[in-house]
Write a protein that binds this ligand. Sequence first.
Ligand SMILES: [Fe+2]
Ligand SMILES: [Fe+2]
Ligand SMILES: [Fe+2]
Length: 430
Amino acid sequence: MAHGDLTIDLRQMILAIETAVSFVGMNDVNHGKRVGYIASQLGYQLGFSDEDIQFVFDLGLIHDCGVSTEQMHSNLVNHFDWTDANIHCEIGWNLLKNFAPLAAFATPIYYHHTPWRQLMDTNISRRDGRMANLIFLSDRIDVMAASHYEKDILLAREEISRSINTYGGSYFDMDLVDAFNTVEKSEAFWISLEDRHVSRYVWNMGQVESNSPLTLDQLRQLSLIMSYIVDQKSPFTAEHSVLVASLAAYIGRTFGLSERQCEKIEIAGLLHDLGKLHTPDNILAKPAPLTAVERSIMNQHSYETYEILRHIKGLGEVAEWAAYHHEGLNGVGYPFHPAATQLSTEARIIAVADVFQALVQDRPYRQGMSQEEALGILIDMARYGKLDQQIVDHIQHHIEGCFRIASGQERDERLSYKELFPAKTGQRPS
Ligand SMILES: [Fe+2]
Ligand SMILES: [Fe+2]
Ligand SMILES: [Fe+2]
């Protein structure tokens, strides 16, 4: 592979998407894992091929990739049939449909809250329809079971089963409901859904490679999908990740780093704030200074970024560059406090790009700063050892270019949400 240490198997990235998306659930991080597990168990019962079982398991893991906010997550898991459920289906479809390695998941994701009867009126393939409905069924089983795990799940299953059967033929394909009726008879099925078991099961699945290493282009595209999910979480962050990525790569290039390093910096820039998926909506969207408690919770996000990225085999130093974006040079910053010698140039560039972009970005309650104001703040931060002096000097020399990129006036079309995921509602798989 041309990009050496950056050889990453698609399976690793599917699991990373699952981890990132699961963080939105805050206290319940295993919904996607359970849906994948339930769907795969029903798949065995239905006589699926190994390939289809793997497919439906992965589909379950990432089926909620269109959910960025806690609020939406809670509506989905607290109502059997929530009227706005189609929003996340459409977002999920939009995110994956043009990304070849995951495009096969897009149509089933679009229809994973569509009742079986309505599915019959669409012209999607029988396989897509079945996969979509299997996820819908598995998802609703989990939603009904969620409050009973680790408690009375073996008693609650009777009620769950009765309820699912009343929806057979209308919401769910009767064949799938029949498979459920067989599978649910075993206590093992229900017990295996408890946190300790289902997370190990998923971990085991992660050991199986899909043998489809991503190209560097694909890795960037996938990182862009993930950054979109996090940037959508709050109107304050709109395009933050994507602009930090462009700016950091620009700084790297003009600073004289190799093209390959700059490509990697770009990926780290896209991924740096992934951990914000675990920050409560009300803290991210607060239009005022944070209290000490809120700040302490907010500041956990770069550690959470590291937790998502460190498990991706092959990502190597990119995980650290991303996770170190709030570290300073004299041990000021958080959360690892690496020595200055452990802070690579790439990590320092991302840290500077992060601050500069945030300062110049318009917020709902304030205008973005001018280049002079923003630069003034960077210079102060360098003086206190929070940012690298040399890189801040470098920004000063390229201030016009840096400002145009950070404020979104000059764009790289490879890194544009608008072009890649146009949000035109009413579109559907054809
Ligand atoms: Fe779901
Ligand atoms: Fe951050
Ligand atoms: Fe950031």
